[in-house]
Design a protein around this ligand. Structure first.
Ligand code: GLP
Length: 241
């Protein structure tokens, strides 16, 4: 694992976006695994800037998002569909038909999970999976549990996760209680994983995830087993490393 700690958010964003831009420059047909949440916003801004400066085109790339809330209309401002459009998709040339996000409003959610896994399988391997980290060690929406699920599945969100995400909604009651998430098996199958963590409130969990026991109680700890894991931390999140 390669852990880099940055003294400025700007450098962290440039490095994160630089890795993605570099990958797509070398392999224009790259399959990208994308994440949401507060963490990757700055990286997406930098990617948009790379695109606008003509450094990279996403025309032949494909993307798969990690997760989506269940039951939140796709055009709700806090849906991950809206998030991705707002922060990335509408600013770059990635064709809409090649940008995939699980449909949390499908009539048959189980069938939607299978459809999503089939699309990922058809695309071949995910070349780079971008990840943030939940305060309880979740990745995507794979919450701590006795057992983790390999493929895309419906998950009941932990109260802690709903509270953490309440900052994006008017109240915690408005945060959906379920989501669809790519499974840990799919995440670990990516050729490269780019984990980004920011903020003092994540210092303990990132230390536990990367140096503690490998356990389903902390899903991110499974990342220790990945052969090509790159971790970008700001100084606060990297305080205990
Ligand atoms: C969210 C997302 C994750 C994200 C994590 C951390 O709920 N489902 O993909 O990495 O929790 O979010 P944030 O970056 O806002 O701290």
């Amino acid at each position: 694992m390669n852990v880099l700690i940055f003294d400025s958010n700007e450098k962290l964003n440039e490095t994160g976006a630089g890795i993605i831009t570099g990958l797509v420059q070398t392999n224009p047909r790259a399959v990208l695994g994308l994440a949401t949440g507060g963490t990757p916003v700055g990286v997406y801004e930098q990617l948009v800037s790379d695109f606008r400066r003509g450094l990279v085109s996403f025309r032949q790339a494909t993307s798969f998002n990690l997760d989506e809330y269940v039951g939140l209309p796709a055009d709700h401002p806090e849906s991950y569909h809206s998030y991705m459009n707002h922060h990335l998709f509408r600013h770059i040339d990635l064709p809409a038909a090649q940008a995939h996000i699980p449909n949390g409003n499908a009539d048959d959610l189980e069938a939607e999970c299978r459809r999503y896994d089939e699309m990922i399988a058809d695309a071949g391997q995910i070349d780079l999976q971008l990840l943030g980290l939940g305060h309880n060690g979740h990745i995507g929406f794979n919450e701590p549990a006795h057992a983790l699920i390999r493929g895309t599945h419906i998950v009941d969100l932990a109260e802690e996760t709903r509270r953490a995400n309440a900052r994006f909604f008017n109240s915690v009651q408005e945060v959906p209680s379920q989501a669809l998430t790519m499974g840990v098996g799919t995440i670990l199958k990516a050729k490269m994983i780019l984990l980004i963590v920011r903020g003092a409130d994540k210092a303990e969990i990132v230390h536990r995830a990367l140096t503690g026991p490998i356990t389903t109680d902390c899903p991110a700890s499974l990342l220790q087993t990945h052969p090509h894991l790159v971790v970008l931390l700001d100084e606060e999140a990297g305080r205990l490393m």
